[in-house]
Design a protein around this ligand. Sequence first.
Ligand SMILES: *Cc1c(COP(=O)(O)O)cnc(C)c1O
Length: 247
Amino acid sequence: MSTPLEGLDGDGVAMSDTAFLENISSIYKRMSHAAMRAGRNPEDIKLIAVTKTVSIEKVKQAVDAGLRIFGESRVQEAQKKVMSNELRAMSERLSWHLIGHLQKNKAKVAVELFDLIHSVDSAELAEAINKYAEKHGKIQEILVQVKLSDELAKYGILKDNLVSLLDEIKKMKHLKVKGLMTIPPYFDEPGMARPYFKETRRLRDEAEMEGFKLPELSMGMTNDFEVAIEEGATMVRIGTAIFGDRT
Ligand SMILES: *Cc1c(COP(=O)(O)O)cnc(C)c1O
């Protein structure tokens, strides 16, 4: 006999283990199909499982289900998870990415925790990360977050300033820029996000013509990841479609 409480995880979201595994396999299928529609190799696209507000127990289940790359929005929340008894033991096998905005005063902890920081959008922030990466004896991999309009997004560098930011970062010896990240506005109709993904890719191609190497494009979330893959995403950041609605 099952009681109504069974299947409730730490966040109070009801989801059975099978539903969870089915979510993950369905996302991989949808990612592959989108890649093939665009004539791309599905293996060139990484799934970043977004675990903000998700319990440690649930993250552990995700590891057991085979997921290895996790995206967190906040440094402190990530720190709790990375350092937890449950996950610390497997940390060698896991990769943590910071996908949310980073404040300069958290740069030190961010360098200690994250393999990739998706949200660098100013020379000042890059400088802070570079400083701690040097102290930590690390080359910190980063993405530059772009915003395609001032009205639409709070964070990100405007496209006209992208190349000069890339130029500045190039001088910082402990940073390695891997590509660009963007968050388009939310649309009920995912196709509406397509122009934003196209434009981000175009900015990448343009910067590559200036001599920068930017292989990674972090774009696409639960609602629009297939469109993002069709437009060249190499990393999709997916939370809700894996873990259910955030409470
Ligand atoms: C929360 C978040 C995601 C995941 O969003 P879902 O719609 O739940 O897939 C992706 N990227 C960023 C930057 C986020 O903050």
